[in-house]
Design a protein around this ligand. Structure first.
Ligand code: CUA
Length: 158
Protein backbone atom coordinates (compact mmCIF):
# COMPACT_ATOMS: atom_id res chain seq x y z
CA UNK A 1 0.00 0.00 0.00
CA UNK A 2 1.35 3.39 -0.94
CA UNK A 3 1.16 6.09 1.68
CA UNK A 4 2.03 9.70 1.09
CA UNK A 5 4.85 10.93 3.28
CA UNK A 6 2.72 13.73 4.79
CA UNK A 7 0.12 11.14 5.66
CA UNK A 8 2.79 9.14 7.50
CA UNK A 9 3.95 12.23 9.37
CA UNK A 10 0.40 13.05 10.29
CA UNK A 11 -0.32 9.53 11.55
CA UNK A 12 2.92 9.48 13.54
CA UNK A 13 2.16 12.88 15.06
CA UNK A 14 -1.43 11.91 15.89
CA UNK A 15 -0.53 8.58 17.46
CA UNK A 16 2.40 9.93 19.46
CA UNK A 17 0.41 12.86 20.86
CA UNK A 18 -2.35 10.44 21.88
CA UNK A 19 0.18 8.24 23.67
CA UNK A 20 1.83 11.30 25.25
CA UNK A 21 -1.46 12.62 26.64
CA UNK A 22 -2.47 9.22 27.97
CA UNK A 23 0.89 8.91 29.73
CA UNK A 24 0.48 12.39 31.26
CA UNK A 25 -3.05 11.49 32.36
CA UNK A 26 -1.88 8.19 33.85
CA UNK A 27 1.00 9.79 35.73
CA UNK A 28 -1.15 12.57 37.16
CA UNK A 29 -3.94 10.21 38.17
CA UNK A 30 -1.90 7.42 39.73
CA UNK A 31 1.34 9.05 40.82
CA UNK A 32 -0.34 12.06 42.42
CA UNK A 33 -3.09 9.88 43.86
CA UNK A 34 -6.05 11.82 42.49
CA UNK A 35 -9.38 11.21 44.13
CA UNK A 36 -12.82 12.80 44.11
CA UNK A 37 -12.66 16.45 45.22
CA UNK A 38 -15.46 16.30 47.76
CA UNK A 39 -14.34 13.04 49.34
CA UNK A 40 -12.25 13.78 52.39
CA UNK A 41 -13.24 10.68 54.29
CA UNK A 42 -13.39 6.98 53.63
CA UNK A 43 -15.66 4.10 54.53
CA UNK A 44 -15.54 0.38 53.82
CA UNK A 45 -18.22 0.07 51.10
CA UNK A 46 -19.16 -3.45 52.19
CA UNK A 47 -19.82 -2.42 55.78
CA UNK A 48 -21.47 0.97 55.24
CA UNK A 49 -24.42 0.08 57.53
CA UNK A 50 -22.11 -0.45 60.49
CA UNK A 51 -20.49 2.96 60.39
CA UNK A 52 -21.70 6.23 61.75
CA UNK A 53 -23.54 8.15 60.39
CA UNK A 54 -24.60 5.64 57.74
CA UNK A 55 -26.11 3.28 60.31
CA UNK A 56 -28.91 5.85 60.57
CA UNK A 57 -29.73 7.32 57.17
CA UNK A 58 -32.08 10.31 57.18
CA UNK A 59 -32.32 13.79 58.61
CA UNK A 60 -30.69 14.57 61.95
CA UNK A 61 -30.82 17.85 63.87
CA UNK A 62 -27.36 18.81 65.11
CA UNK A 63 -26.14 21.29 67.72
CA UNK A 64 -22.98 23.37 67.85
CA UNK A 65 -22.03 23.04 64.20
CA UNK A 66 -22.14 25.49 61.31
CA UNK A 67 -25.19 23.69 59.96
CA UNK A 68 -28.59 22.88 61.52
CA UNK A 69 -29.16 19.47 60.02
CA UNK A 70 -27.22 16.56 58.70
CA UNK A 71 -28.88 14.63 55.94
CA UNK A 72 -27.39 11.18 55.58
CA UNK A 73 -27.95 9.26 52.35
CA UNK A 74 -26.92 5.74 51.45
CA UNK A 75 -27.19 4.87 47.78
CA UNK A 76 -27.26 1.37 46.39
CA UNK A 77 -28.58 -0.28 43.26
CA UNK A 78 -31.22 1.08 42.65
CA UNK A 79 -32.47 3.25 45.43
CA UNK A 80 -31.58 5.87 47.99
CA UNK A 81 -32.12 5.55 51.70
CA UNK A 82 -34.08 7.62 52.76
CA UNK A 83 -36.62 7.63 49.94
CA UNK A 84 -38.24 10.95 50.84
CA UNK A 85 -37.15 13.53 53.36
CA UNK A 86 -38.80 16.69 54.71
CA UNK A 87 -36.73 19.72 55.67
CA UNK A 88 -37.81 23.08 57.10
CA UNK A 89 -37.14 25.97 54.71
CA UNK A 90 -34.02 28.14 55.29
CA UNK A 91 -32.23 25.56 57.39
CA UNK A 92 -28.57 24.97 56.72
CA UNK A 93 -27.93 21.46 55.74
CA UNK A 94 -24.96 19.19 55.34
CA UNK A 95 -25.57 16.29 53.02
CA UNK A 96 -23.36 13.28 53.77
CA UNK A 97 -23.62 10.44 51.29
CA UNK A 98 -21.96 7.29 50.10
CA UNK A 99 -22.72 4.18 48.08
CA UNK A 100 -22.66 0.50 48.98
CA UNK A 101 -21.94 -0.90 45.56
CA UNK A 102 -21.19 0.96 42.33
CA UNK A 103 -20.85 4.62 41.40
CA UNK A 104 -24.11 6.52 41.67
CA UNK A 105 -24.98 10.14 41.08
CA UNK A 106 -26.67 12.49 43.51
CA UNK A 107 -28.25 15.39 41.71
CA UNK A 108 -30.94 17.52 43.28
CA UNK A 109 -32.90 18.81 40.32
CA UNK A 110 -33.34 22.58 40.25
CA UNK A 111 -30.41 23.26 42.62
CA UNK A 112 -26.63 23.31 42.37
CA UNK A 113 -26.33 20.10 44.38
CA UNK A 114 -24.65 17.51 42.22
CA UNK A 115 -22.28 14.92 43.62
CA UNK A 116 -20.79 11.67 42.48
CA UNK A 117 -21.04 8.89 45.03
CA UNK A 118 -18.17 6.47 44.84
CA UNK A 119 -17.75 3.22 46.76
CA UNK A 120 -15.39 3.75 49.66
CA UNK A 121 -15.65 7.54 49.65
CA UNK A 122 -17.88 9.89 51.56
CA UNK A 123 -19.26 12.82 49.59
CA UNK A 124 -20.41 15.96 51.38
CA UNK A 125 -22.23 19.11 50.41
CA UNK A 126 -23.29 21.98 52.63
CA UNK A 127 -26.11 24.22 51.50
CA UNK A 128 -29.11 26.27 52.57
CA UNK A 129 -32.40 25.39 50.97
CA UNK A 130 -34.22 28.72 50.78
CA UNK A 131 -36.98 27.74 48.39
CA UNK A 132 -39.99 25.71 49.43
CA UNK A 133 -41.03 22.88 47.17
CA UNK A 134 -40.37 19.34 46.15
CA UNK A 135 -36.94 18.59 44.78
CA UNK A 136 -36.30 15.37 43.00
CA UNK A 137 -33.02 13.58 43.66
CA UNK A 138 -31.86 11.64 40.66
CA UNK A 139 -29.00 9.35 39.83
CA UNK A 140 -27.04 10.81 36.96
CA UNK A 141 -24.35 8.15 36.71
CA UNK A 142 -25.32 5.06 34.76
CA UNK A 143 -25.31 2.29 37.37
CA UNK A 144 -27.16 -0.64 35.81
CA UNK A 145 -30.53 -1.82 34.56
CA UNK A 146 -32.47 0.04 37.26
CA UNK A 147 -30.58 3.32 36.83
CA UNK A 148 -33.58 5.21 35.46
CA UNK A 149 -35.76 4.21 38.44
CA UNK A 150 -33.29 5.47 41.02
CA UNK A 151 -34.66 8.51 42.79
CA UNK A 152 -35.48 10.17 46.08
CA UNK A 153 -37.00 13.50 47.09
CA UNK A 154 -36.32 16.44 49.35
CA UNK A 155 -39.44 18.29 50.43
CA UNK A 156 -38.63 21.79 51.65
CA UNK A 157 -41.50 22.93 53.84
CA UNK A 158 -42.41 26.34 55.33
CU1 CUA B 1 -27.64 4.84 40.47
CU2 CUA B 1 -27.71 5.41 38.18
Amino acid sequence: MHMHKYEKWWLTLGTSSLVLFLVILGISAFHQGHEPPSAKAYVDPERVDEYKPFNEPGLHKVEGKDWDYELVFVASAFYYDPGVVEIPKDSTLKIIATTKDVIHGFEVAGTNINMMLEPGYISEYTTTLDQAGEFLIICNEYCGVGHHTMKSMIKVVE
